[in-house]
Design a protein around this ligand. Sequence first.
Ligand code: NAD
Length: 330
Amino acid sequence: MKILFYDTKNYDRESFQSALGAFPDIAIEYTKSDLDSRTAALAEGFDAVCAFVNSDLGSPTLDILHAKKVSLILMRCAGFNNVDLDTAKKYGMRVMRVPGYSPEAVAEHAMALALASNRRLHKAYNKVRENDFSLSGLMGFNFYQKTAGIIGTGKIGAAMCRICHGFGMKVIAYDVYQNEDLKDFVTYVSLDQLLSDSDVISLHCPLMDSTYHMINIETIRKMKDGVILVNTSRGALVKTNDLIEGIRMHKFAGVGLDVYEEETANVFEDRSDEILEHSTTARLLSFPNVMITSHQGFFTREALEAIAVTTLQNASDFLTCTESRNDVNP
Ligand code: NAD
């Protein structure tokens, strides 16, 4: 089987090349171009394409892939909201994904953001580099014996609960379903109680109609003063303008964001002054207690290895016509 791998970064090539040894029937060619209707024709002569979160797999792209006889779409990520599943089904294309690769990678990053924003590590780093060893503006609070409120206790939220428990925190959670594995050390509460009781709040639910802008000025007002808010899930769980209002009213001791509403607009790749002036992300960055990273929660060696192995196993299951739980449109 020949796979055309779109939107290749050096780290993708390394992890896939090292996993490929165990899959002798599969060959990969890599291109830096991302997949959309302009680049789909590059897949001429390939059986499968491998795509990522920002690839455009709408029906114009799938029309071309089908004309080029591509019959397998390998998503090397969990999400597939960018794939037109009806069109894929119409053409009999199989769409496969990697549902969970390393929940600990994202949960550990969420805790890193909580700790760094609490103890102002980003500020401390810059101060010391400038030979300023004073402690002004760096005071934080102990996490030990404080309350962690985890919203969404699936794979990543559960890993975050375990980490917070290990820190000696009281762990409360809100989810539409309760995770039985956590019952020994997590207490499920209503969303309102979680908001009012937590010293650290971390978001781990998916973005859906029911969770869109769940953190808004009303829910922010219900939080404790001096709370730390962390979002490593999806930017639009938080209404950014309301978050800015909350920061202005000194609600937060710290805010740690790995995801933000403007992520897909490439705000920081196109650094024109006009775009930055109107960017809510740039406004967030102007506050000293806000720490933002660039959607890197998943970015560990172990997670990349797991993504490569699962994606290649998906391709292999396709070759042997094996059913898989990683099928998106069975
Ligand atoms: P998961 O499906 O295992 O868990 C999601 C949990 O959210 C489930 O328990 C579900 O019941 C719960 N949920 C659904 N609706 C809810 C609601 N209205 N209120 C509260 N809880 C609700 O997913 P996961 O693997 O733990 O991933 C969680 C999110 O993390 C993903 O949706 C994704 O957006 C994000 N993510 C981020 C990165 C990163 O690099 N930053 C990487 C992978 C995933």
